[in-house]
Design a binder for this molecule. Structure first.
Ligand code: NA7
Length: 542
């Protein structure tokens, strides 16, 4: 008799990787169930519906490649899609590939426990689902677990408050309101100019100034779209061989020191106005690896801020000086710095005078008090590991994932954790994750995991695991790759520095997507070197 609650695979999360995982696992003829916390699909692009939310990679690239019909028929109205268009796309994909019947919405997984005798995972959700599965695909997202710092007094606030990662679907009206926005990362930088348009007054509370490039977003040029569609297979193939899973016409950059100061200036000006988004960071080959080269580019960007913001004191405050450009995720904005030229926008330096408490009527820093009707927290995420550790995952011998990662995450190839058999992470710590174009990166990882599941099913294997020494080896590779860059010079979410008590470790593999593919593929080709199969466990009951 078939147990209706026993699945071959449970996918956690119906974001872009989760949706594709359902599609691929079905192709193996396996029973799959996906649990999604939201009441719609799209993951990050479901939750982050704050004003101004927009992707920072061109949508012709930041989209699925697995089905040519899909990429040919879909139209992206803008170069850098707003959240609404990305959510619509996720919904279209769910419908087009008939995925909804395998997705349980409003079902946040709050327990994943491995039963080693039965060799099955028990999956529970907040609202009472309980199923079992042989395999778990944790497509839980790198930027899902929101970070709301414990500001004293928040419960006493008489106005409304929101975190940008849990924005109400019906939206928020700012007209006639005094708004306080805390946080100036990508999110705060996107939200500021939009909120400023209608708020009576917007106070932006900045602790660390951010480097931001103009997005130059615009309606999609039909010729550009046509060029992509005509060449999609070739361009996608290049993306799978590219270190950032991206497509670019030219990746042959030279050192900043190969040029005279005048030539550098000209090259930087050209790159600034080339409307190439994040590619600006690749203007020279050594921006991300050499502090001196980095400073030349950082100073160029500061010059742009000073030229945009009229009040020199405000401009200086908005100039990032404490870390190299790119060591925190670079931001892309539409009118962020210009917003500070408006009479209804005030920048508040909470580095000099930290936030002390939230009061019934607003907010108090160590220097001043601000009356506010609405507080917006754009304070980021417990990134990369948070969505995994918050699920209460226990593996062999009841080992708790939080405990295992107490001193920092350890994985083999970014997708397998020793002691947590048959649990595959997509964009997990130690994978290229957020440092590559994530939809393509996710597709590759899902294909890789699907292939492993297929191999296991064919050969009748029940359990795949890895060993701590292989995690250590991989951690060293991840660390070595990071050491060659400037990423460790900033207190960023990449290193967990935004969450008090989180071990400071660079959590992402920066050795390149192409190299990562090579490393994963060769481990499997070498007879699954580094993987541990346990043949002694009983066949998992269906
Ligand atoms: P980020 O990049 O983590 O930014 C969070 C912001 O919130 C950042 O400016 C923080 O300042 C600020 N913050 C956090 N806690 C506090 C406290 N306690 N007081 C004052 N300010 C605070 O999150 P985002 O949502 O903007 O972006 C996340 C990613 O999404 C982004 O990188 C893109 O990949 C998309 P800090 O810099 O720590 O001084």
């Amino acid at each position: 008799m078939i147990d209706e609650n026993a699945y071959d695979v449970v996918v956690v999360g119906a974001g872009f990787s989760g949706l594709y995982a359902i599609h691929r696992i079905r192709q193996l003829g396996l029973r799959v169930r996906c649990f999604e916390a939201g009441d719609g699909v799209g993951g990050t692009w479901y939750w982050n519906r704050y004003p101004g939310a927009r992707v920072d990679i061109e949508s012709m690239q930041y989209s699925y490649s697995f089905d040519d019909g899909l990429q040919q028929e879909w139209r992206w109205p803008e170069y850098f899609s707003p959240q609404q268009d990305l959510e619509a796309y996720a919904n279209h994909v769910a419908d087009r590939f008939g995925l909804r019947s395998d997705i349980e919405l409003n079902a946040r997984v709050n327990r994943l426990a491995f039963d080693e005798r039965a060799n099955r995972w028990h999956v529970s959700t907040e609202n009472g689902h309980h199923v079992t599965a042989k395999y778990i695909v944790a497509a839980t997202g790198s930027l899902d677990a929101m970070n709301l710092p414990p500001f004293p007094g928040l419960e006493s606030f008489g106005g409304q408050w929101y975190h940008t990662a849990r924005w109400p679907k019906e939206g928020v009206r700012f007209d006639g309101k005094r708004v306080g926005l805390i946080g100036t990362g990508s999110t705060g930088i996107q939200a500021t100019p939009v909120i400023a348009q209608t708020a009576e007054h917007l106070f932006v509370f900045q602790r660390t100034a951010a480097y931001s490039l103009p997005a130059y977003n615009r309606p999609t040029d039909p010729a550009y779209e046509q060029a992509w569609k005509a060449d999609y297979p070739q361009r996608r193939a290049k993306m799978f061989g590219h270190f950032a899973a991206s497509y670019t016409e030219n990746d042959q950059y030279r050192s900043v020191f190969d040029y005279s100061p005048e030539e550098r200036q000209r090259i930087l000006e050209e790159a600034w106005s080339a409307r190439n988004g994040l590619l600006f960071m690749r203007t020279f080959s050594d921006i991300s690896t050499n502090l001196e080269a980095n400073e030349i580019v950082a100073e160029f960007v500061r010059g742009k801020i000073r030229a945009t913001v009229r009040d020199p004191k405000v401009a200086e405050l908005l100039c990032p000086t404490t870390y190299p450009i790119g060591a925190k995720r670079i931001c892309m904005d539409t009118g962020y710095f210009e917003a500070f030229n408006r009479d209804n926008v005030t920048l508040v330096d909470v580095r000099a005078n930290p936030l002390a408490e939230i009061t019934p009527t607003g907010l108090r820093t160590t220097a001043d008090e601000y009356d506010l009707d609405i507080i917006v927290f754009a304070t980021g995420f417990d990134a990369v590991t948070g969505s995994l550790t918050r699920m209460n995952v226990t593996g062999l011998g009841g080992l708790d994932l939080r405990e295992k990662w107490r001193d920092g995450p350890a994985t083999f190839l970014g997708f397998l954790v020793a002691g947590f058999p048959n649990l595959f992470m997509i964009h997990g710590p130690g994978s290229p994750g957020v440092l590559v174009q994530m939809i393509t990166g996710g597709e590759w990882q899902v294909d890789f995991v699907t292939k492993i599941i297929e191999d296991m099913e064919r050969s009748g294997r029940q359990r795949i695991d890895t060993a701590p020494e292989w995690e250590q080896r991989w951690n060293i590779e991840v660390e070595e790759a990071a050491k060659r860059t400037l990423y460790n010079y900033a207190d960023s979410w990449y290193v967990g520095a935004n969450i008090p008590g989180k071990p400071r470790i660079f959590m992402i593999y920066i050795g390149g997507f192409d190299r990562y593919i090579q490393r994963c593929t060769e481990q499997v080709a070498n007879g699954y070197e580094g993987f541990v199969f346990d043949e002694s466990v009983p066949a998992a009951p269906r």
